[in-house]
Design a protein around this ligand. Structure first.
Ligand code: SAM
Length: 209
């Protein structure tokens, strides 16, 4: 992903009412931030935010946290949220590698949307569905680990299916053409870009029993 340095991005992100500053201080008690015990859905690599914002607006019965490591990207989501009041949505600016410092048995589902594919074998550990990351996610889940992935990249998709299966996940639902399935779907920015060029979107829903 090509990144531009954006002036004041960190300041803009940190000043947003949606951002959780010092997220590690809420470890094990994120439900207090939302003021309820509704399920918490976490999107890792939220990018510019369309997916998590639409989910939160359409599903007030759930809580949503969007996580992104680059402030210049997350700033775009923060700008979209400026005039909106969405009580069941929060954002965190951090790298998913540090998730264990922040969450303890409180996440219902992790969304991985159009994650960087890292096609070279020597970079396989960096894929967000590698065993390295699946191991990090384990202790964040409240109940059975549950991951939903969307991607245009068939190489990443295949690698995810192998990695999730080897790690003990069962793929409950899978599609090579999500947009032709009869199911609710909120598009991400990348998804919109790829599907408008005619590319098919891959989807999987996996649970570790
Ligand atoms: C290809 S973009 C997709 C963005 C968005 N999900 C979409 O579909 O439009 C991948 C995003 O994941 C973020 N990302 C990659 N690795 C991450 C990590 N370890 N922790 C947090 N965010 C990460 C990147 O900064 C980038 O914004």
């Amino acid at each position: 992903m090509r990144l531009r340095r954006v002036k004041n991005a960190l300041e803009t992100v940190e000043n947003s009412k949606y951002i959780i500053l010092k997220p590690e201080s809420h470890k094990g008690k994120f439900n207090e931030i939302f003021g309820n015990n509704n399920p918490i859905y976490l999107e890792i690599g939220m990018g510019k935010g369309d997916f998590i914002i639409q989910n939160a607006i359409n599903h007030p019965e759930n809580n949503y946290i969007g996580l992104e490591k680059y402030e210049s990207v997350q700033m775009r989501a923060v700008q979209k949220l400026e005039c909106l009041d969405i009580p069941n949505l929060r954002l965190i600016h951090m790298d998913a590698e540090n998730l264990n410092e922040v969450f303890d048995k409180e996440i219902d589902t992790i969304f991985l949307n159009f994650s960087d594919p890292w096609p070279k074998n020597r970079h396989a550990k960096r894929r967000l569905t590698s065993s390295f990351f699946l191991n990090i996610y384990d202790s964040t889940f409240k109940g059975k680990p549950h991951i939903i992935q969307k991607t245009d990249n068939i190489g990443l998709f295949a690698s995810s299916i192998v990695s999730l299966s080897e790690y003990g996940y069962t793929i409950h639902n899978c599609s090579l053409d999500l947009h032709n399935e009869d199911m609710e779907n909120f598009e991400t920015e990348y998804e919109h870009k790829f599907s408008s060029k005619g590319q098919k979107i891959n989807y999987l829903d996996a649970v570790k029993e």
